[in-house]
Each structure stands twice: as structure tokens, then as C-alpha cells.
Design a binder for this molecule. Structure first.
Ligand SMILES: [Zn+2]
Length: 165
């Protein structure tokens, strides 16, 4: 299923917020590995429960390195919202240090199938800073990507952020 990792928003906010080193991974990271969140899903109890399951799953697996924590008095956070238009899931990439960063989730995909917990975890990965592997700048050294026929973004991203092990 398609997923829109919101690189454009990331890039825009990056400039507006005055970040000056696009290759500095630390500006993209959530400080202390803490991803503060709010949930504003009011229409679908089923989707709300799946979001909580995904957060619990994430925290079981990733504690103590990268944890989703309920926001209280933080100055920025990510908000899980429901996309009532039924679009594909979307997420901003990394920490934007803003208050309107979102993980946007429909209850159902356009083909009528349910959004699964793993779809939510996928978007949470984007929020933590991961992009799609097929969008890596060096992907052509490893993959042959046929861009025609895709209804979502398979373009390479110019920004390279390398995390050294
Ligand atoms: Zn994605």
C-alpha cells in the first residue's frame, strides 16, 4: 500500500526553522530518543485502539532507545490524526520541532481494506526519521527502480543523511 512520507514538509520546515546543516542527523532526531505525541482520533474507536496497540508494540520493542511518550508540557510533539477522506497514511520525517507535525491515518484504504497496526508502525518509523529505502540517493547502486506506473513518490531524495554505526 502507498505511503506518503512527507519530505516536502520536512524540507520546508527545515528552512523555516533555520536549520543550517542538512547533513546533520542530530537536527532530525527526537532529543533523548523521546517522541512526544498526542492523539486526536475521535471518529473511529477501532483506529484509536490500533494506534494504542502500535504505540505499545513500539515501546515494548524499542525501549529504552526510542520511545513514544504522551505529551504534556512539551514545546513540540507529533499528533496522530484520522484522515476522514480516506487518503493513504502520511507522516512527517524525523523531528520537526513544531506543534503541527502529524501522523495522518485513514481507517480504511481506498480499496476498503483496513489500515493495519503494521501500517501505523511504518508511519511511526518515518516520524522517528526513517525514509523509504527505495528513495535513498544511492539506491541505483543496489536496485533497478521503474518509476513509471507508480501513483506515489518513488523519486530519489537529494538529502543524504548517513548514520554511522
Ligand atoms: Zn512510508
Amino acid at each position: 500500500m502507498a505511503c506518503h512520507a512527507n519530505y516536502a514538509n520536512f524540507q520546508g520546515n527545515y528552512k523555516e526553522e533555520g536549520f543550517n546543516d542538512l547533513n546533520n542527523i542530530y537536527q532530525l532526531c527526537w532529543p533523548n530518543g523521546e517522541i512526544f505525541f498526542k492523539i486526536e482520533i475521535f471518529e473511529s474507536q477501532a483506529l484509536l485502539e490500533k494506534v494504542y496497540e502500535a504505540i505499545n508494540h513500539w515501546n515494548r520493542v524499542n525501549f529504552p532507545h526510542c520511545v513514544f511518550k504522551l505529551a504534556s508540557n512539551q514545546s513540540y510533539w507529533v499528533t496522530f490524526i484520522q484522515d476522514k477522506s480516506g487518503g493513504c497514511p502520511k507522516a512527517d520525517i524525523g523531528c520537526l520541532h513544531i506543534q503541527d507535525q502529524v501522523i495522518s491515518l485513514p481507517e480504511f484504504y481506498p480499496d476498503g481494506s483496513e489500515v493495519l497496526e503494521e501500517c501505523i508502525l511504518h508511519e511511526m518509523m518515518h516520524c522517528a526519521g526513517f525514509r523509504h529505502e527505495h528513495q535513498r540517493n544511492d539506491r541505483d547502486e543496489h536496485l533497478k527502480v521503474v518509476e513509471e506506473g507508480f501513483d506515489y513518490d518513488v523519486k530519489k531524495l537529494k538529502l543524504i543523511i548517513t548514520i554511522k554505526p
